[in-house]
Write a protein that binds this ligand. Structure first.
Ligand code: PHE
Length: 523
């Protein structure tokens, strides 16, 4: 309002340092006053009520020591003040002086007061000799404090700077002119054109807020892909470009039969115990699996066959029918492979219900040179569950990436070669393989990759050639070999995003903001 009224009266304001702000008696020369004025200028000029130009200045402000002197006087003046007049009582000892003004003021003040000939020695003590003094330092500092400078010029300013009583500060002041929308009252500009304004005609005389094309829009409230989903998409693309088809993996609940028995995992295997696997209590049992296949699986476990001695341990139907949360996606791979072998069993792939008669026609197909087998490359990326103690790198549920290749005469070299190609597409070139054990694969290999940041070899996956004890009961011809491998989705995602605690990636501690801001992944 001050700016508008002054402009109304004089047409322009040459120098805003001449304005006297409401509540002040002196002109607004100080830095803080000009900042207050600048705020008003910005808001008035956005309404086009004024325009202004900025001038830079260098001004001075007091240091804490300078401020103290402006208030209490210079060290030398304080010393002079304390001392008795010469011939007017006993001289003051340096010790007494120190007690009164403090050691710093006593030390610095004495030196300067001697130099100014304000005081002198008398015996062991000190007295003042100047009848009156003028504390120039204090006067100057008070001037700097209120005007930012000294009328007497640059030399005494430089002296005060050298004494570290003042420092330079950049400031600004402004010249103001009327703008096209000048008025002495600030009307709140309209931001919307409303039906009321149109019908009443008030739109013609209203003032409008200028459209700000620079303003950033409100952030959109759309969904965002979780980092795991982004990495899943990239891995899925690698599989697809290598000619793999995605397996259906929606059955989180499986039976002991498909999760373990079909994979030739012994019924006594520790992985099947409750501390490793989540079992369902309701319903607790699965529907019966395909009869003939079930018979062959139980037989190879208990008594062997297909060149195997089996486990020679009693078979339990109950164990096989227990319902559980699948501990690996290999459960889905097993039922997909069983479906893939349907033609070899002489069945219709879609129906996949087995009968003795159907088995007969498989033998016929073999005689005719076509045993019904078709090669397949299958993959899945989905969730699995393990009853594990949770820590920084383990959760009770995670995702597995799994690939399965079925063809005649596949060898371990095919598996290794395939993995080199696959991991290379993920940007991992340095691989090592280590012999390992899985009940359903022989040989089995653990896959290690060199981690360039950690500078060590880390396990990235598990793989192997599926056993004949698993494949032959399904009905695959002997020369059909299947290799498979699995990696977790979380491990490459954590490496990719530099996350070292899995709980910042999955679970209730995940920040939605980090999900929204996580960049896309390109392998
Ligand atoms: N199922 C294995 C695991 O959970 C991975 C695997 C899949 C190993 C296929 C061999 C063949 O670690």
């Amino acid at each position: 309002q001050l700016v508008l009224d002054t402009l109304d009266k004089f047409g322009t304001i040459q120098d805003t340092r001449t304005l006297v702000l409401p509540g002040y008696t002196d002109p607004a020369a100080s830095h803080d006053s000009q900042i207050i004025i600048l705020g008003a200028l910005n808001s008035l000029s956005s309404r086009e009520m004024i325009s202004y130009t900025t001038h830079e200045t260098v001004s001075h402000v007091l240091t804490p020591e300078g401020a103290q002197i402006a208030l209490q006087g210079s060290h030398e003046a304080r010393v002079w003040n304390e001392l008795p007049r010469k011939g007017d009582g006993a001289p003051m000892t340096p010790k007494q002086l120190e007690e009164r003004v403090g050691s710093e003021t006593a030390k610095i003040g004495q030196g300067r007061a001697f130099k100014n000939k304000w005081i002198s020695k008398e015996g062991d003590g000190l007295v003042k000799i100047a009848p009156s003094i003028e504390d120039n330092t204090q006067v100057e500092l008070r001037e700097v404090d209120s005007t930012g400078t000294l009328k007497s010029g640059e030399k005494p300013l430089a002296e005060l700077r050298k004494r570290k009583l003042i420092v330079q500060r950049k400031g600004q002041w402004f010249t103001i002119k009327k703008g096209p929308a000048f008025s002495t009252s600030i009307a709140k500009p309209e931001t919307d054109l409303t039906i009321d304004m149109l019908t009443s005609g008030s739109w013609k005389t209203s003032t409008y807020k200028k459209y700000n094309f620079e303003a950033e829009g409100l952030p959109t409230n759309g969904g965002a892909l979780h980092p795991l989903l982004k990495v899943r998409e990239e891995i899925r693309n690698i599989f697809l470009e290598m000619g793999f088809a995605e397996m259906p993996t929606s059955s989180f609940v499986e039976s002991g039969f498909w999760c373990f028995d079909a994979l030739f995992v012994p019924q006594q295997h520790p992985a099947r115990e409750v501390q490793d696997t989540f079992y369902l209590s309701d319903p607790a049992e699965s529907l019966p699996p395909p009869t003939a296949y079930y018979e062959r699986v139980s037989k190879v476990h208990e008594h062997g066959g297909y060149g195997s001695t089996g486990y020679r341990a009693p078979w339990s139907d109950a164990e096989s029918r227990k319902l559980l949360l699948r501990t690996h996606t290999t459960a889905s791979s097993a039922s997909m492979l069983y479906k893939l072998a349907a033609k070899c069993r002489g069945e219709d792939e879609d129906k996949s219900t087995e009968s003795a008669a159907a088995h007969g026609s498989s033998a016929q197909a073999e005689k005719g040179g076509d045993d019904g087998f078709r090669p397949a490359k299958l993959f899945s990326i989905d969730r699995v569950f393990r009853n594990e103690t949770m820590d920084a790198t383990h959760l009770a549920e995670f995702h597995q990436v799994e690939g399965v290749v079925a063809d005649r005469g596949l060898t371990l070299a095919d598996l290794i070669g395939f993995m080199r190609v696959f991991f290379k597409k993920m940007g991992i070139e340095n691989l090592r393989f280590k012999p390992a054990y899985n009940p359903y694969t022989e040989p089995s290999l653990e896959i290690f990759a060199f981690h360039p940041q950690l500078r060590k070899w880390v396990e990235v996956g598990n793989s192997g050639m599926f056993r004949p004890e698993m494949l032959e009961p399904m009905g695959f011809p002997k020369d059909v070999h299947v290799h498979g491998w699995g990696i977790s989705l979380e491990r490459p995602t954590m490496i990719r995003y530099g996350i070292n605690n899995i709980r910042t990636l999955v679970g209730h501690k995940v920040s939605l903001e980090s999900v929204e801001n996580s960049p896309a992944v390109r392998f």
